[in-house]
Design a protein around this ligand. Structure first.
Ligand code: NAI
Length: 391
């Protein structure tokens, strides 16, 4: 086999060994064969953790036709999966046009079941007039769920389970895994000391709670800026300083946005910050920090490393911007993203939801819907057992 295959195989073997929930699902699916005779079309990041998910589905009898998301496909993973007999389209260097052709090819393969990310497959199936041939699917992301509930609302005759609506995912991934990985990334990229440092988190939703929790666990002093009164109340009772961002601008040394909304750290707020303030974003879109205003005001920009930039402003102050305002936990040298265990959880949600779609579609309704409650509870029990938290 090729060098690429060998590299993919070695990396996937390591990841597989840290995903005990998927290992059990693979054994169960091999016995139950929920996808026998079914073709699963997938559009999701092609990286080692996704490969382990695809192995589980294939063990359950699924024929796989898959492509990645634009720009994130890992060629060694593709080589390995092709070696397992799966149809996997795409490579890291694909142009956007080629990526669109790959998605179209997955649709042309007439999948019965969709494993979607961003609702690209669902939208393509509807546009091609093929919606009646699909029995159901899952959607991984918030943005895909939004499309299913707006432009595609009423157009899908089949059920789509939205993994992102899961409370387990919010707790396991948004709170704990994003919390851990954002703090790890800030440490890795800046090498600054957390204990005794002053951190301001904008947004006390799932991600903000986790980031605050892990910064505090490292000895950081944390303040929260939150527009929702109830969440601000919760932050106060959790023991954090709570105030308007304007009032925290001079106090903070490191600012992290986790709101999902645009224009949170504005030029006015940056104007009030102290020399050397560090800005990072954890939200999905690179719009929470007004990077354009920061650059417009800059006297000098110095790229210090791949994900850290010094912005010198008039009057002698400088600001340190991480990852250009893009998601900080996917940035810098050798980013890891969310923990393996949290992806084990997320992909077990995928696996059992897809099994429900394949074997009991009558229990579901047409269109977007949350993960069935009994699946959530079953996975919660399994995760607690796998952690050894009951020992
Ligand atoms: P959430 O909805 O639970 O929390 C967002 C919070 O921000 C809400 O409490 C809201 O009231 C608050 N907020 C909105 N505008 C604000 C403002 N101007 N100032 C202060 N607070 C404000 O959402 P969640 O799950 O915490 O996600 C936040 C963002 O993180 C989203 O963009 C999401 O896509 C992204 N995300 C990033 C991940 C990563 O790996 N970096 C993983 C998962 C989600």
């Amino acid at each position: 086999m090729s060098e690429l295959f060998d590299r993919g195989e070695a990396r996937i073997r390591w990841i597989r060994s840290r995903m005990p929930l998927l290992a059990d699902a693979r054994t169960e699916f091999a016995a139950r064969q929920p996808f026998a005779g079914r073709r699963v079309g997938m559009s999701l990041h092609l990286e080692p953790k996704t490969a382990v998910l695809l192995e589980v589905l294939a063990a359950g009898g699924a024929e796989i036709v898959a492509t990645g998301n634009f720009g994130t496909t890992q060629d060694d993973v593709v080589a390995f999966l092709r070696g397992q007999g799966m149809t996997v389209l795409g490579s890291r260097d694909d142009s956007l046009e080629q990526h669109h052709r790959n998605v179209a090819a997955v649709i042309d393969a007439k999948p019965d079941i969709l494993l979607d990310n961003g609702a690209d497959l669902a939208a393509g199936i509807v546009a091609a007039g093929m919606a009646d041939s699909v029995i159901g699917g899952t959607e991984e992301t918030t943005s895909g769920a939004l499309r299913l509930r707006s432009e595609l609302a009423g157009k899908l005759p089949f059920p789509t389970i939205v993994i992102n609506d899961s409370l387990l995912k919010a707790i396991g991934e948004n709170r704990h895994a994003v919390g851990q990985s954002v703090v790890e990334s800030i440490m890795r990229i800046t090498n600054l000391m957390i204990p005794g440092g002053r951190f301001v988190i904008a947004g006390y939703g799932w991600c903000g709670r986790g980031i605050a929790q892990y910064l505090r666990a490292f000895g950081g002093r944390v303040a929260i800026a939150e527009v929702d009164e109830i969440k601000a109340f919760e932050a106060a009772l959790d023991g954090y300083r709570v105030d308007e961002l304007e009032n925290l601008a001079e106090w903070g040394q490191v600012f992290v946005t986790a709101t999902g909304h645009p224009g949170v750290i504005t030029r006015d707020i940056i104007d009030r910050m102290n020399d050397g303030a560090v800005l990072a974003n954890a939200g999905h879109f690179p719009w929470e920090i007004d990077v354009d205003a920061l650059y417009a005001d800059a006297e000098r920009l110095t790229q210090l490393d791949s994900a850290i930039e010094r912005v010198d402003l008039p009057g002698g102050r400088h600001i340190v911007l991480l990852a250009g305002g893009r998601m900080v936990n996917l940035a810098g040298t050798n980013p890891k993203g969310n923990s393996l265990e949290s992806m084990d959880l997320g992909f077990l949600l995928q696996s059992l939801s897809l099994e429900r779609v394949a074997t009991d579609p009558e229990s579901l309704i047409a269109g977007a819907q949350p993960v069935p409650d009994d699946i959530e509870r079953e996975i919660a029990r399994r995760f607690v057992r796998a952690l050894g938290a009951n020992r």
